[in-house]
Design a protein around this ligand. Sequence first.
Ligand SMILES: Nc1ncnc2c1ncn2[C@@H]1O[C@H](COP(=O)(O)OP(=O)(O)OP(=O)(O)O)[C@@H](O)[C@H]1O
Ligand SMILES: [Mg+2]
Length: 437
Amino acid sequence: MAAISMKNIVKRYGDGFPAVNDVSIDVADGEFMILVGPSGCGKSTLLRMVVGLEDITSGDMIIGDRRVNDLAPRDRNLAMVFQNYALYPHLSVYENIAFPLRLAGEKDEEVDRKVRQASATLELDEHLDRKPGNLSGGQRQRVAMGRAIVRDADAFLFDEPLSNLDAKLRGQMRTEIARLQKRLGITTIYVTHDQTEAMTLGDRVAVLKRGVLQQLASPRELYENPGNLFVAGFIGSPPMNFLPAEVEGTTVKLPFGDVQIPQDKADKVQGKGLLIAGIRPEHFEDANVVGDKVSEGSVFSATVDVVEWLGNQAYAYVPFEAPPTVREHLAELEKDLDGESLRTQMVISLDGASRISDGDEAQIWVNASKMHLFDPATGENLTVDAEHAGEIPGMENPEKQAHAEHMADGDGDNGPDGAPQGDGTNGSHRAEGGDGS
Ligand SMILES: Nc1ncnc2c1ncn2[C@@H]1O[C@H](COP(=O)(O)OP(=O)(O)OP(=O)(O)O)[C@@H](O)[C@H]1O
Ligand SMILES: [Mg+2]
């Protein structure tokens, strides 16, 4: 087993496109690291550079104590499980698992010992003589993992291994992978665009956007202390609500009324003008079922559009008005997130006991102490608790970060049509991107 250290990794494809841009991630020995982000953010590219399937343009890839940039994949001793795990259809499950050992010329009894051990771990014993074609998706997945296990690799690398499975099986396999990784204690990097997998599997999660690392933190840190609007919007389901906000003293003016925030939070945002407030659905409640906690938050009245009752809880949708600048920022954010949700309605989570129904003018309670306040221009979370937010690379230099993301804007259209519109800096960035290819 080994630690994996990526230092300032850059990947430019032939057309000059920076698919991965100055990413540094240290994966500890035995750690389960998730790479997550919307389609095209560079997750697979980064993983393929770890394994050696893709050249590294610049930066250092360190596995254990070796710099592996120039090592062939077979010399890196890593085991990779892909989305389309290629099994050999004419070989039995046993021989599929044994394949890398046969290739390495190991003795029959050694092969047998390792295959049986892996198959016991993966509960494949009764399927060893069958052919892959006769197995379920989840069983095939386990065979692919068995083949990775027998190799005694230094690390496991997964690229969306569950995306071909149906929802139920995906849930089962998720638990299984988590259990197996804990048991084997093997360093693991796992690529997904599914934030549920990211939250449930990882010791830590690296969130990527357009080839740039946004935040690297534990799932809890990401959820409670997102470093910017992008991470805040990506992690959590239903997603965090974003509302226009103005702060005066400890009072925050929101579309539906005024709420109070703690002094220390208020101090961080004085005089910043129009901001975007982020409040998670569960920090709202029907004021009638809050009980004693009511004094810990603020109560406002709002017209509820639709209520979805799920038994144990309900989601209520509350439309709101936002000024054009905020609407623009939110629309842009939605695009980055590959999102589909309508950002000008709030989603609030209510207790199952709530009697609020469609069209009601309801009394809603909100715990505003959990609110985050974002700078609309940079997306930065001004109220982040930096001690409990892991690493936020962009915090040191937001402009550099914005520039890097900009370079990956659009698919290779950083040519003449990217002409600046009265913004000189923007234009020169574009020109740089073009020259560098
Ligand atoms: N061979 C290539 N040549 C040029 N550009 C490429 C190549 N492979 C990938 N890219 C570009 O690099 C970017 C990152 O691709 P990558 O496959 O790493 O994304 P991803 O995060 O894994 O996305 P997905 O979730 O869709 O798998 C994309 O914009 C893609 O168009
Ligand atoms: Mg991919």
